[in-house]
Design a protein around this ligand. Structure first.
Ligand SMILES: NC(=O)C1=CN([C@@H]2O[C@H](COP(=O)(O)OP(=O)(O)OC[C@H]3O[C@@H](n4cnc5c(N)ncnc54)[C@H](O)[C@@H]3O)[C@@H](O)[C@H]2O)C=CC1
Ligand SMILES: O=C(O)[C@@H]1CCC=N1
Length: 278
C-alpha cells in the first residue's frame, strides 16, 4: 500500500514514552510539516526529554498532566513491561482521543481496559522509520471509526510504507518479520562485512559493498513482479560462485534457522501480551 492519507493540519498528538520509536514517528511528523507545538510527550527521563527538545523541538513533560486532554491522538510508545504503570496516570485524560499503540504484544482489549476507551489502533513499526523508510503493520480494533483509521494511517504514513492486517494475532507475525526484522538485516550485514574483511577488503569497503547489496537487492525485488526465488536463481550460474555460496547456506540450514528465529519472535510477541497485557 502506498502512503496516501494526509494528516489534518490541526492534529494534536501526545506520546506516552519518548524513546526510540516515539522519536522516529515524531521525526516523520515534523518532516511532513506538523508544528512541534502540536506534539507533546510524557517522558520521565530528563536526558530523553532534552534529546526530544534538541532533535525535534518538541516539549516533553515528566508526567501526565491536564495538557494531555487536548490531544486528538494518544500514542503508546512505552515498553510492554512499562505499560501498566504508564497507563494509570494517563487514563483520566484519554477522553475522546484515538489511541495508537506501537507496543509489541499488548492487545487492544488490554489497552481499552487500562485506558477506559476501546478506540484503539495497534501498529508495529520498525526503526527504519527514523529515516522515513519504515515498514509498519496496522490493526484497528472494532470500536474504531473510519476517521480513526484514516488518522492512524496518516501518522504512520509519515514514517514510510504500511499495510493493514485483518486479525490482531497477525500483528505478532508482523512484529516477528518486520518489527524485529531490521536486526536480522544488520546481523547479515555484520556477517558479510566480517567475511569481506577476512578476504582482504577494508572494513569500510566491505561495509559499503554489503549495505549497497542489500539496498540494491531490495530495490530490485520491490520493483519486480517475479518470485524472489526467480531473482535468486538469476544470480546463480550452475557451477559458479553464487552456487558455491548457496550450497553452504543450504547445507547449514540457514533458511530453516531464520524461520525458527522468526517463529521465536512471534511466540515472544504473544507471550508479552500474556505477561503484561492483562
Ligand atoms: N525499537 C524497535 O525496533 C521497536 C519498538 N517497538 C515498540 O515500541 C515501544 C517502545 O520501544 P522503544 O522506543 O524502542 O523503547 P525506548 O526504551 O527507547 O522508549 C521507551 C520510553 O518510555 C519511557 N518511559 C518509561 N516509563 C514511562 C512511563 N511510566 N511513562 C511514560 N514514559 C515512560 C522511557 O524513559 C523510554 O524513553 C515498545 O513497546 C516496543 O515494543 C515497536 C517497533 C519497533
Ligand atoms: O524487540 C522488541 O521487543 C521490539 C519490538 C519489535 C522490535 N523491537
Amino acid at each position: 500500500m502506498t502512503a496516501s492519507a494526509s494528516l489534518p493540519a490541526d492534529t494534536r498528538i501526545a506520546f506516552i514514552g519518548g524513546g526510540n520509536m516515539a522519536s522516529a514517528i515524531i521525526g516523520g511528523l515534523i518532516r511532513r510539516g506538523l508544528p512541534a507545538a502540536q506534539i507533546q510527550v510524557v517522558e520521565p527521563f530528563e536526558a530523553s526529554r532534552a534529546s526530544l527538545a534538541q532533535q525535534h523541538g518538541v516539549h516533553a513533560q515528566p508526567a501526565a498532566s491536564d495538557a494531555l486532554a487536548s490531544a486528538d491522538l494518544l500514542v503508546w510508545a512505552v515498553k510492554p513491561q512499562t505499560f501498566r504503570d504508564a497507563a494509570a496516570p494517563v487514563a483520566p485524560y484519554v477522553g475522546g482521543a484515538l489511541q495508537l499503540s506501537v507496543m509489541a504484544g499488548i492487545r487492544a482489549d488490554a489497552i481499552a481496559a487500562a485506558s477506559g476507551s476501546a478506540r484503539v489502533v495497534r501498529c508495529m513499526p520498525n526503526t527504519p522509520a527514523l529515516v522515513g523508510q519504515g515498514m509498519t503493520g496496522l490493526f484497528a480494533a472494532p470500536a474504531t471509526t473510519a476517521a480513526d483509521r484514516a488518522l492512524a494511517e496518516a501518522v504512520i504514513a509519515t514514517t514510510g510504507d504500511f499495510l493493514w492486517v485483518e486479525r490482531e494475532k497477525q500483528l505478532d507475525a508482523v512484529t516477528a518479520v518486520s518489527g524485529s526484522g531490521p536486526a536480522y538485516v544488520f546481523y547479515f550485514l555484520e556477517a558479510m562485512q566480517q567475511a569481506g574483511a577476512r578476504l582482504g577488503l577494508s572494513d569500510e569497503q566491505a561495509r559499503r559493498l554489503a549495505i549497497g547489496t542489500f539496498l540494491g537487492g531490495s530495490a530490485l525485488a520491490k520493483d519486480s513482479p517475479e518470485a524472489l526465488s526467480t531473482l535468486r536463481e538469476r544470480v546463480t550460474s550452475k557451477g559458479g560462485t553464487t552456487y558455491a555460496a548457496l550450497t553452504v547456506l543450504q547445507d547449514e540450514g540457514v533458511a530453516a534457522s531464520l524461520g525458527r528465529a522468526i517463529e521465536a519472535a512471534d511466540r515472544r510477541a504473544a507471550e508479552l501480551g500474556d505477561e503484561f497485557g492483562r
